[in-house]
Design a protein around this ligand. Structure first.
Ligand code: AMP
Length: 211
């Protein structure tokens, strides 16, 4: 299954992607995580992406598309994946379609996570992530409840950068329309508690699978 998760920062894409990956055995690919790894390991891509990420801006399409297409060409992605944070532009959506089409496949569902901006600002400023296992907590805790590791706050979740990301990284209307026109788009109410969002998402996946 080829599943994509759309939504502004803070709508819970990462949290749901992790749960779905576990429950349905799907490969979880987050372009944000891949870019942060590239920055941390000082690769050429990381050096080129860093200034955009620090400013809360989108990394140019050419860089992100190459990175993602290279990743999904690996054997472990052949059985399907959940994309978290990609595509974010129409050009990215088209590049993904073309790459999948070349192997006779296509996106099965595009879930669009929707929540009001005030809620997203609140969530980003309260988001703490486990260094060891990636668990996402919605408040500052002493230790990770999943593995006991240390929690940290992402630099770009703070203050003005978080606001810039919300302003510039909402799913673009033309990209959302692309999936709506293709009959793939399903809106998810991301204001609900995590378990209710998961239940909605699983219902959609099962409906599409059995169709
Ligand atoms: P995220 O973890 O998804 O919030 O992404 C963190 C940062 O990585 C974003 O603020 C962007 O600078 C960059 N990024 C992640 N995915 C993409 C993408 N698909 N296109 C452009 N930039 C991206």
């Amino acid at each position: 299954m080829y599943l994509i998760l759309l939504g502004a920062p803070g709508t819970g894409k990462g949290t749901q992607a992790k749960i779905l990956a576990q429950q349905r055995g799907l490969l979880h690919l987050s372009t944000g995580d891949m870019l942060r790894e590239a920055v941390a390991s000082g690769t050429d891509l990381g050096r080129r992406a860093k200034s955009y990420m620090d400013a809360g801006a989108l990394v140019p399409d050419a860089l992100v598309i190459d990175m993602l297409l290279e990743r999904i060409a690996k054997p472990d992605a052949a059985a399907g994946f959940i994309l978290d944070g990609f595509p974010r532009t129409l050009a990215q959506a088209r590049a993904l379609d073309e790459a999948l089409e070349r192997t006779g496949k296509g996106v099965d569902i595009a879930l669009n996570f929707v929540a009001p901006d005030e809620e997203l600002v609140r969530r980003l400023s309260n988001r703490w992530i486990c260094r060891r296992c990636g668990y996402i907590a919605n408040r500052r805790l002493e230790k990770c409840p999943a593995c006991g590791g240390d929690l940290y706050q992402r630099e770009d979740d703070r203050g003005d950068t978080a606001r810039t990301r919300l302003e510039t990284q909402k799913p673009l209307a033309d990209m959302v329309a692309h999936y709506r026109d293709g009959g793939k788009l399903v809106e998810i109410d991301a204001m609900q508690p995590v378990e209710r969002v998961t239940a909605d998402v699983l219902r959609v996946i099962d409906r599409v699978k059995s169709a």
